[in-house]
Design a protein around this ligand. Structure first.
Ligand code: SF4
Length: 296
């Protein structure tokens, strides 16, 4: 943490504590989820986003159990469906800062269709993908992001097929914001979330997350020696999608983190709705109650 970040945290420690919850934390010791949720709280504090100004939508999974680990408005949806839940909330009430949280299992299998259309529609909210390369909540089955050869409970001989590269997949869909963080670097994650929360469009943030209980292939020690912030790369242009696609290929030796791709010009879903041009209100302001007595 640099001096400016330290000063900011010290000045706003009270605001940070408002997001703390007295509820029992059920994540395993050493789980990367702790760092991710702490970075998100820091980003909220840094941007002055109060608890009533945001809605956090959680998918099913270990990350989904974060719904009761932050003191804010949270909702826990169906497995793989968190992106459609978040999109509906944001379209209904555009004033809310909406954050969707999902894991690699639900996002890249049950809900991969929702990911495709969230990117295509450029729904304006932040999506945090917890990529721990397995279904942790159900005791370590392989997901479509688990590395080839990894021996898991439901794949005792090792996963037979190649994984999907999450960032490359999203970059192939013409996104507006793609970033990567590592769960062991809270400062960097907080910086990424700050930028993502201010982005006008779908902000895809993949967090490479340690799962010490079930993912033995890529523990913290493994990531710590491989991750590098993209700012260390001379001449890197984050508006160049082909550079980003090339950069994301390597998931084994040099894994780059930070904001990897940004298109500030692409218009978000809300701003291209011709039928709502000139509206100052959100749908949530226009909902009216109608009696059903006259219908029967
Ligand atoms: Fe974290 Fe893995 Fe434990 Fe789930 S199983 S809480 S992801 S360490």
């Amino acid at each position: 943490m640099n001096n400016e970040q330290l000063k900011n945290l010290a000045e706003h420690a009270g605001d940070y504590m408002k997001y703390e919850t007295p509820r029992v934390i059920t994540w395993c010791s050493g789980c990367g989820n702790f760092g991710i949720v702490n970075a998100l709280k820091r980003a909220f504090v840094q941007l002055g986003i109060g608890r009533k100004d945001c809605l956090l939508c959680f998918d099913v999974g270990c990350c989904g159990n974060g719904a009761d680990k932050i003191e804010a408005y949270t909702i826990h949806g169906l497995h793989g469906r968190v992106l459609s839940l978040a999109a509906g909330a944001k379209i209904g009430n555009p004033r809310l800062n909406v954050v969707a949280v999902g894991g690699d299992g639900g996002t890249f299998s049950e809900g991969v269709n929702h990911l495709v259309h969230s990117v295509r529609n450029n729904y304006p909210f932040l999506f945090i993908l917890h990529n721990n390369e397995n279904y942790g909540l159900t005791t370590g089955q392989p997901s479509s992001l688990t590395r080839k050869g990894a021996k898991m409970l439901a794949a005792p001989h090792g996963v037979a097929v190649e994984p999907i590269n999450a960032a490359q997949f999203v970059l192939s869909l013409n996104p507006s914001f793609v970033a990567r963080g590592y769960s062991g670097n809270v400062d960097e994650m907080a910086d990424i979330f700050v930028e993502a929360l201010q982005h006008k469009g779908f902000a895809f943030v993949e967090i490479l997350q340690a799962c010490p209980t079930y993912n033995k292939l890529t523990p913290n020690e493994w990531y710590a020696t491989r991750v590098k912030n993209v700012s260390t790369l001379a001449g890197y242009d984050r508006s160049d999608i082909w550079q980003a696609r090339k950069l994301c290929e390597d998931m084994d030796k040099e894994i780059y983190t930070g904001v990897l791709y940004l298109d500030k010009e692409k218009r978000d879903f809300l701003s291209v709705q011709v039928g709502r041009e000139g509206y100052k209100t959100g749908v949530v302001d226009e909902v009216k109650g109608y009696g059903v007595e006259g219908l029967y």
